[in-house]
Design a protein. Structure first.
Ligand code: S3P
Length: 436
């Protein structure tokens, strides 16, 4: 274990209050990128001040895009137009961000200049052929280190649109191809094995690019123009997820999560928890910038194990670490299958959660594509988050209901997606402290 260590103690009472989690990571990355290559000035509100999204802004800055930060959570992006980016001799560092990396690979594949994309240790282990192979089929010239970073993208390639059916459901793959498609001759079409989040499609439409899309399918043609529009970023459902599960499991809790993005491709966790007996209601539902947002009111309820339906899996891909904690608390056995993608996230999330829960006395069997978790309670223990933000925050929740404290190693990367998590959590009733 290295870096920042946390200690999560059992809650001394119910969790409560109104909680506003930071802005959506997926929307923040895309707003920066589309703002950068649009004509005009894009004003982003609710921007996620996380390390992942700041890395994307820093890269676009190196490529000649000017940003202003009138206040934290706000960015003014001075768009340079579709062909206005300029090359940088420096390597472009995406840090821990898979979304930044895959989407920028698509954006940079169609530029006139060379670029090198690098990332941290975790990102350097993650698979990149899922984007570089189809981009190469469109005519891009990208070298990898046996399918891993660094990506060396050679400028001046002439891209051709194509129809692509990704073998895995991934919004990152889809978005990389659509971004490359902006620069391609003809039509680029992506047909997915299961629909994924459609922020790229809806934001392209909002920026005035003609695009046809429906769940699981998107098609656009090159050669148009993006025109700046203001973007209001909703609160990130994936960050809210930690408080949703925490309120479900700590007796007596009742919390309100304010203004959360409720895109249906993101909210599978609500379906999963409701199947387990959770008490979650949506209030003040409204539409903003084409996205549904609402307040989530979550009250403690006894949970029971379930056989998780396969069709909710892609709609809750980032929420599995938190769900694992809920299943460990639940009465009975939960079976999760069809989630092999978890093995190629910021860590191997099936292994990270299985080892961590085992260290806290939970009986859990790892499957190649999921796990069988025997619920009934969590003991204290010491776990390694493997530098994975969502693993660290999930064990902070586990500590709330564990019979002894949980020590969580390697927590610094929580700042990639959720700056201020500890303060917000303690304000809601967590007993979380940093040991450094
Ligand atoms: C994201 C897509 C998902 C998700 C990630 C954000 C996006 O990855 O895990 O945190 O913004 O497009 P995949 O599309 O690779 O599953």
């Amino acid at each position: 274990m290295s870096g920042v260590t946390w200690l999560s103690h059992r809650a001394t009472g119910p969790l409560g209050g109104e909680i506003v989690v930071p802005g959506d990571k997926s929307v923040s990355h895309r707003a920066l990128m589309f703002g950068a290559i649009a004509e005009g000035v894009t004003h982003i509100r609710g921007f996620l001040e996380g390390e992942d999204t700041r890395a994307t802004a820093a890269i676009l800055g190196k490529l000649g895009v000017r940003f202003e930060t009138p206040s934290p959570g706000e960015r003014v992006v001075h768009g340079v137009g579709l062909h206005g980016l300029r090359g940088s001799t420096e390597a472009l560092d995406c840090g821990n961000a898979g979304t930044g990396m895959r989407l920028l690979a698509g954006l940079l594949a169609g530029q006139a200049f060379d670029a090198t994309l690098v990332g941290d240790e975790s990102l350097s282990r993650r698979p990149m052929r899922r984007v570089t192979d189809p981009l190469a089929a469109m005519g891009a010239s990208i070298d990898t280190d046996d399918g891993k970073l660094p990506l060396r993208i050679h400028g001046g390639a002439r891209l051709r649109g194509m129809t692509y059916r990704p073998p895995v459901a991934s919004a990152q793959i889809k978005s990389a191809l659509l971004l490359a498609g902006l620069y391609a001759d003809g039509a680029t079409e992506v047909i997915e094995p299961h629909p994924t989040r459609d922020y790229t499609e809806s934001m392209l439409k909002a920026f005035g690019w003609p695009i046809e899309f429906s769940p699981g399918r998107a098609r656009l043609e090159g050669g148009h123009t993006l025109r700046a529009v203001d973007v209001d970023v909703p609160a990130d459902f994936s960050s809210a997820a930690f408080f949703i599960v925490a309120a479900c499991v700590v007796p007596g809790s009742a919390v309100r999560l304010v203004g959360v993005g409720l895109n249906p491709r993101r909210t599978g966790l609500l379906a999963a928890l409701r199947l387990m007996g959770a008490d979650i209601t949506v209030e003040r539902e409204r539409t903003s910038g084409g996205e549904t947002i609402g307040d989530l009111v979550v009250r403690h309820a006894p949970l029971h194990g379930v056989e998780l339906p396969l069709d909710v899996v892609p709609d809750m891909i980032d929420e599995f670490p938190a769900l694992f904690v809920a299943t460990a608390v639940a009465e009975g056995t939960t079976t999760i299958r069809g989630a092999a993608e978890l093995r190629v996230k910021e860590s191997d999330r099936i292994a990270s959660m299985a080892h961590g829960l085992q260290a806290c006395g939970v009986s859990i069997e790892e499957l190649s594509d999921g796990a069988i978790i025997h619920g009934g309670g969590i003991a204290g223990g010491s776990i390694d988050s493997h530098g994975d933000h969502r693993i660290a925050m999930s064990f902070a929740i586990a500590g709330l209901v564990a019979s002894g404290p949980i020590t969580i190693g390697d927590c610094a990367n929580v700042a990639t997606s959720f700056p201020g998590f500890m303060e917000l959590a303690n304000g809601a009733g967590f007993q979380l402290e940093s040991q450094n």
